[in-house]
Design a protein around this ligand. Structure first.
Ligand SMILES: N[C@@H](CCC(=O)N[C@@H](CS)C(=O)NCC(=O)O)C(=O)O
Length: 198
């Protein structure tokens, strides 16, 4: 049985509940109280290191990120309507998923959060913390493995490379991140690699 780590107030969790309902997929809900910090409880963090909900535990996989979960649900339990495989259609759907994760996140999502849960909002002061957290997550992921998502390079590596390769432009020091540094070199070694200004 699928388990959704969920908060009834979270819009990202709601996206997942909505598609589960539309697809008629049975699941159990595991409520997580963010105000009480339950999303950062050590036993949860050990299994789901990003410390955010939603997380969908499929039995085989602990899947995070509402967009990624929607894609998995559509592929596993839906049909072509929800997540097409025709490359141009798939690209359009992916582009709009990305707009939900970025433009909507920075706009109306953040506006609601500012009213309901200002302690979760990103401000200038928290930028350094966010950077540290991101580096920690990527470093943990890349220590002892070659590539980010699978055991071969994927678009996930390509998507992450520019921000990490050019972290120094923002005075972000990767000196304490040997896993990331080794991975950066691995990406640079891919046949046909080009640099930012090449
Ligand atoms: N990119 C993630 C963002 C998830 C996210 O921001 N979740 C919020 C609840 S809606 C959360 O867990 N916030 C707690 C925190 O970041 O500490 C997604 O789309 O699922």
């Amino acid at each position: 049985m699928i388990t959704l780590y969920d908060s009834r107030f979270s819009l990202n969790c709601y996206k997942v509940r909505l598609l589960l309902a539309l697809l008629g997929v049975p699941y159990t809900r595991q409520p997580v109280d963010i105000r009480k910090g339950e999303h950062r409880a050590p036993e949860l963090l050990a299994r789901y290191p990003f410390g955010q909900i939603p997380v969908l535990d499929t039995g085989a996989l602990a899947l995070r990120d509402s967009q990624a979960i929607l894609v998995w649900l559509a592929r596993r339990h839906g049909n072509e309507q929800w997540m097409p495989t025709q490359p141009e259609d798939e690209a359009l759907v992916n582009a709009w998923l990305a707009a939900s994760a970025y433009e909507l996140r920075l706009g109306p999502y953040e506006a609601r959060l500012r009213k309901r849960a200002p302690f979760l909002c990103v401000t200038g002061d928290t930028q350094a913390n966010n950077t540290e957290r991101a580096l920690q997550l990527f470093e943990e992921r890349l220590r002892g493995r070659q590539w980010l998502a699978l055991d071969h390079p994927t678009v996930a590596d390509i998507a992450a490379f520019p921000s990490l390769a050019h972290a120094g432009d923002g005075d972000v020091d990767l000196g304490g991140c040997p896993g990331i540094l080794a991975w950066l070199d691995r990406v640079r070694g891919l046949p046909g690699f080009v640099g930012l200004l090449d």
